[in-house]
Design a protein around this ligand. Structure first.
Ligand code: ZN
Length: 639
């Protein structure tokens, strides 16, 4: 769960609802790892230190009470914004300071809760923090309408007259003015702001079902071992080299979800209705337009992404055919054949946390000393909860919402390569957060998802290149090339497919067609067939597995995955440039990261030399994939 972003998501038009709130930087990742082995040396750094946020619970509660009381008093600034630059600055600073504290309160509550989701006192505190954020949004819902009332001419004059106002609030003010056609009157804004917690509930419901309450079957594998198919064990055993076992876990796991198809469909429909409600209320044509508005993202970016991913499907199919050959499958390739690694190592590599740190530092050398220094600083501190434990939130994320403190990272490190890759990924977010916080005031530090995932996936690419290059032998080289390929399948093609699905279900609702779990399954089947090349004879899609949509949390994140896929292409563009050009490309990349949220992401990218509305970056990614395939085929030919 990315709690704070989750609230922002339900208030997509932040120009009106959540003014300059740098609290949305918690990046959740889709793949939860499995069991762990900790060494004594690792244990010292295994837990984060929440006392950096608040010394104890009493301190949290005191701040909560103080912040709530202060939020109630914000009404005194109502009607003062147009009185002059100093008055405007005073009001905006007061609001901003409270946002900053709420973000810190929320960070503490959500981190504590994620360590053990079974503790209801923590969940309640988390809800309490969520409610405070909603309350603050309500208490400041008059701000945007009042700025619009002051008007562009006067605001420009204020900005010209006051340096601090300009340095901290120019982006916010100009962006608010841009939102004029989608900003309602003070009363309506107040009502919309109060829908925040309510519209966040479908995601909470889904998370509860998917992570905790779904009754999961126990299966007996071919070696007699009995396995309870929770999300992590499913993800482990679907990789089995024994085809019958991966078919078994697929059949049973998706069978369990199939029983909840209707429930899952209703939950997701409620989410889509919420997106639609907010978009309609704000006079957007579609939920996608509403979701793109805060980033001022040109429509062409989405269209280019989908068109280019579809154009690159032959490259995905080339990979799948190679996979079929290497796995020795003689009949049809099936969806469960995606997961076993193509290349097995006799000794599965194991990376302790200390080794993950060392290798990540080595692999990220191309990013330069400044970058590495920030990474070392983090490694030397207690910012991570690193190992899996009972009741702990699955997956991985970085939460950078506490601007005055430091980033926090939740991992479930189990020592495999995927864990190390996730480690490098999340630390990419953490360094991004540090760079932005160092260069930007609080009001401009919060960066867009479009840029965030470039910062993290770029690290995964550099790590993979490093592992290929430093492989001890041919087998290892093939193993890492295979991992690199699979990561492009899952982070690009799979995410663009998700994006297409998300748009399709929104369009169903927008065009007045009924949505249900069954209908979603049928739509998802169609996409799986297209992406995995059923018509081309690449893979046979069994309808039983088309309930996969039901488990994906990202459909509750309001067009999050499409931004994710876009920034993967951005990552490929930058990584290639850094490798080929060196220092100048590195400088452009670090400038992009340091810019935080000081401008629109499309503009920031363009300034850094990457135009996301053109095919260039997407083709860089396809080229990267083809290059990995070439290398594997060359090594295979040597055999
Ligand atoms: Zn990420």
């Amino acid at each position: 769960m990315r709690p704070i972003q989750l609230l922002i998501r339900t208030l997509p038009c932040f120009v009106a609802a959540a003014p300059f709130f740098a609290a949305s930087v918690a990046w959740a990742e889709p793949t939860p790892p499995t069991a762990a082995t900790a060494t004594a040396a690792d244990t010292a750094i295994a837990t984060w230190d929440l006392t950096d946020l608040y010394a104890n619970l009493a301190a949290w509660e005191a701040s909560y009470a103080r912040t709530r009381a202060a939020a109630d008093k914000l009404a005194v600034y109502k009607g003062t914004l147009g009185k002059g630059p100093a008055a405007m600055l005073k009001a905006l600073v007061a609001i901003s300071d409270l946002n900053r504290e709420v973000a810190r309160l929320y960070t503490y509550a959500s981190l504590a809760s994620d360590l053990d989701l079974r503790v209801s006192a923590n969940l309640e505190r988390n809800q309490q923090a969520q409610a405070l954020l909603t309350h603050l949004n309500e208490s400041t819902s008059w701000v945007a309408p009042e700025i619009l009332h002051v008007g562009a001419k006067k605001v420009s004059a204020f900005l010209a007259a006051d340096k601090t106002l300009r340095e901290r609030f120019d982006y916010f003010l100009n962006n608010t003015l841009r939102g004029a056609p989608h900003t309602l009157g003070a009363e309506a804004e107040g009502i919309l702001a109060s829908t925040g917690s309510l519209l966040a509930q479908p995601d909470t419901l889904h998370s509860q079902l998917a992570n905790a309450e779904l009754p999961v079957p126990t299966v007996t594998l071919s070696d007699g071992k009995q396995v309870k198919l929770s999300q992590p064990t499913f993800q482990k055993y679907r990789q089995s080299a024994v085809r019958a076992d991966r078919k078994l876990v697929f059949d049973e796991y998706w069978g369990a979800w199939k029983k909840f198809e209707g429930t899952a469909g209703s939950m997701l429909t409620t989410q889509i209705m919420g997106d639609h409600f907010t978009a309609q209320s704000r006079k957007f044509g579609t939920a996608l337009q509403a979701a793109q508005f805060p980033d001022n993202m040109p429509d062409t970016v989405y269209r280019t992404l989908v068109a280019e991913a579809n154009a690159a499907l032959p490259t995905l199919h080339r990979y799948l055919r190679l996979r079929k050959r290497l796995l020795g499958i003689t009949d049809d390739l099936r969806y469960y054949d995606n997961y076993p690694p193509m290349f097995q190592l006799a000794n599965e590599p194991h990376f302790s946390v200390a080794e993950s740190e060392r290798i990540t530092l080595e692999a990220l050398q191309p990013l330069g000393e400044d970058y590495l220094g920030l990474l070392r600083k983090g490694f030397g501190s207690r910012w991570m909860s690193v190992y899996p434990q009972e009741g702990k939130k699955l997956g991985a994320y970085m939460n950078g919402s506490a601007y005055d403190v430091h980033p926090y990272l939740l991992l479930n490190h189990n020592g495999d390569y995927d864990s190390m890759s996730t480690f490098a990924h999340e630390w990419g977010h953490a360094v991004h957060t540090q760079l932005a916080a160092r260069a930007q005031p609080f009001e401009k530090a919060n960066y867009s998802t479009f840029i965030a995932e470039s910062a993290s996936i770029g690290n995964e690419m550099l790590l993979n290149d490093y592992m290929v290059e430093h492989a001890a032998n041919r087998e290892e080289k093939l193993y890492y090339l295979g991992e690199g390929l699979e990561s492009i399948r899952t982070t690009y093609f799979r995410q663009v497919m998700f994006a297409e699905f998300e748009l399709a279900i929104h369009e169903e609702l927008e065009q007045g067609r009924p949505l249900s779990g069954e209908r979603m399954t049928a739509m998802y089947c169609g996409l799986l067939r297209k992406y995995y090349g059923e018509a081309e004879g690449v893979m046979k899609i069994d309808p039983e597995y088309c309930t996969e949509w039901a488990v994906v949390p990202h459909f509750y994140y309001n067009f999050y995955v499409y931004q994710y896929a876009t920034s993967i292409a951005g990552a490929a563009g930058f990584t290639d440039a850094v490798i080929k050009e060196g220092a100048p490309a590195r400088a452009r990349f670090l400038t992009l990261l340091s810019a935080g949220g000081s401008d629109y992401p499309y503009e920031l990218y363009k300034r850094a030399g990457v135009d996301m509305a053109t095919p260039g970056p997407y083709r860089a990614l396809a080229a990267r994939m083809n290059h990995l395939l070439d290398e594997i085929e060359a090594l295979e030919a040597q055999k």
